[in-house]
Design a protein around this ligand. Structure first.
Ligand code: 5GP
Length: 181
């Protein structure tokens, strides 16, 4: 097996992910039951696997759109976030549910949440699968949180290392490239 496909140490199993995603979907259904226009916005690429599973279980009608932001090391200063792909939909007057894979320092979400409010959304809430709370540098209120995790680099279920591992059905701790599998 290639190194890139080596199975990392499992932190959250597929069954635990599916159970929690189901619970989050029920909470979202309850909270948005009377909502007139709900837009779910994912942050590419990491949120995609989580977002697909979540929205298949949400019963409230929802429109779907995506942002893509620059990741660290692509000519950005720490804490500097650039929008590489903007959403296509107008969000004025809509209830927006922002969906993210992981909140780490909080800079990415802070930037996007401010932008969504500035564009006239009626409400903006955040749904994040993982919360690395120890690493937070700017405050970001998480309305729907899957799991709080320790400060380890994780992959799987959308989260990558060099764009590998997104397809793992669980969350694993990435332990580096040492040795062959
Ligand atoms: P923040 O702006 O909150 O520091 O960073 C959020 C982004 O950093 C996430 O969307 C994700 O792309 C990346 N990130 C932060 N922690 C991890 C991690 O443990 N694993 C992976 N694969 N990406 C991470």
């Amino acid at each position: 097996m290639s190194k890139a496909k080596r199975v990392p140490h499992i932190l959250i199993s597929e069954a635990d992910l599916q159970r929690r995603v189901e619970e989050l979907a029920r909470e979202i259904d309850r909270d948005y039951a009377t909502c007139e226009r709900l837009i779910a916005i994912g942050v590419l690429k990491g949120s995609v696997f989580f977002m697909v599973d979540l929205l298949k279980l949400v019963n409230v009608p929802v429109q779907v759109d995506f942002f893509q932001t620059s990741s660290y090391g692509e000519g950005t200063e720490p804490g500097e976030v650039r929008i590489r792909k903007d959403i296509d939909l107008s969000i004025r007057g809509a209830d927006v549910l922002l969906i993210e894979d992981i909140v780490d320092t909080g800079y990415t979400l802070r930037t996007i949440l401010d932008l969504l409010r500035f564009r006239g959304a009626k409400s903006v809430k955040l749904c994040a699968l993982l919360d690395k709370v120890e690493r937070r540098e700017v405050e970001v209120p998480i309305d729907y949180r899957g799991f709080e995790i320790e400060d380890k680099f994780v992959v799987g279920y959308g989260l990558d290392y060099a764009d590998f591992y997104r397809d793992l059905p669980y969350i694993g701790i990435y332990e580096g490239d040492g040795g062959d599998a």
